[in-house]
Write a protein that binds this ligand. Structure first.
Ligand SMILES: Nc1ncnc2c1ncn2[C@@H]1O[C@H](COP(=O)(O)OP(=O)(O)OP(=O)(O)O)[C@@H](O)[C@H]1O
Ligand SMILES: [Mg+2]
Length: 239
């Protein structure tokens, strides 16, 4: 579903991602962990076409992202950001914000599908008339997820999707994401600082440091401590 080979991303002469490769299978949930500034968000943003200069290759569902028109890419892959407060527009009601990408892409019946999406993510259709400030943090993150699903993408890139939320609400959102992955056959790439979140959500994970992968582990290796690299051991000890 996602294949990244020898990716390099540079900002003003400094590499934010260096010679990074990994692949994510259809239906898999893949974690990215590592210290702040190690390049995790940059990888996700580059897949989405949000970074102009990079080299290497990225393919989504077997297609080279450089050859996928922007509107088509938006139907294949969507991103959910950490902060549901800043990712929703304060002046528009929820329903408008979920329907917007469908209108842009000429999807039939955006209003009906908006109501269906609000049911799917557990809020209910009546929420479409509310403004973001009338929702809790967890409810806003549900809306951000509904909007990401509006164009029925198969791949979701989740950048710290629960770290802005209370612990009790975090679990609700993680369980929602797990249910959606199963029901809709989604593939996830999840960035998190929280190894417990990664271990709960992901079958495999890649540890990053200084713009480069340190190692890739299965969930079983993470849980049993079958770890090769000292950096990963320190990360787990710190957690
Ligand atoms: N648009 C940008 N312009 C310039 N530098 C950037 C830009 N985006 C990221 N960087 C730099 O690239 C490096 C990697 O940043 P990135 O946001 O990918 O890290 P991260 O692993 O997601 O960190 P965190 O865990 O804190 O979110 C950092 O040094 C950052 O300052
Ligand atoms: Mg980040």
């Amino acid at each position: 579903m996602l294949e990244i080979r020898n990716l390099n991303v540079e900002f003003s002469g400094k590499l934010a991602v260096r010679d990074t490769s990994f692949a994510v299978q259809p239906g898999e949930s893949f974690g990215l962990v590592g210290e702040s500034g190690s390049g995790k968000s940059t990888i996700l943003r580059t897949v989405m076409g949000l970074n102009a200069t990079w080299n290497g290759s990225i393919s989504v569902d077997g297609q080279d992202v450089r050859k996928i028109p922007r509107k088509q890419l938006a139907k294949m892959v969507q991103m959910v950001f950490q902060d549901p407060y800043s990712s929703l527009h304060p002046r528009y009601v929820i329903g408008q914000q979920i329907a917007e990408p469908m209108k842009i892409n000429g999807i039939a019946n955006p209003e009906r599908r908006t109501a269906e999406l609000l049911e799917l993510i557990g809020l209910g259709a009546k929420f479409q008339f509310r403004f973001p400030h009338e929702l809790s943090g967890g409810q806003r993150q549900r809306v951000a997820i509904a909007r990401a699903l509006a164009l029925s993408p198969k791949l979701l890139l989740l950048d710290e999707p629960t770290s802005a939320l209370d612990v009790s609400i975090q679990a609700e959102i993680l369980n929602l994401l797990n249910r959606l992955r199963k029901e809709l056959g989604l593939t996830f790439v999840i960035v998190s600082h929280d190894l417990a979140v990664i271990s709960y959500m992901c079958e495999r994970l890649m540890v990053m440091r200084n713009a480069q992968p340190v190692e890739t582990l299965t969930r079983e290796q993470l849980r049993s401590g079958a770890i090769a690299e000292d950096y990963t051991k320190a990360l787990i000890a710190a957690a």
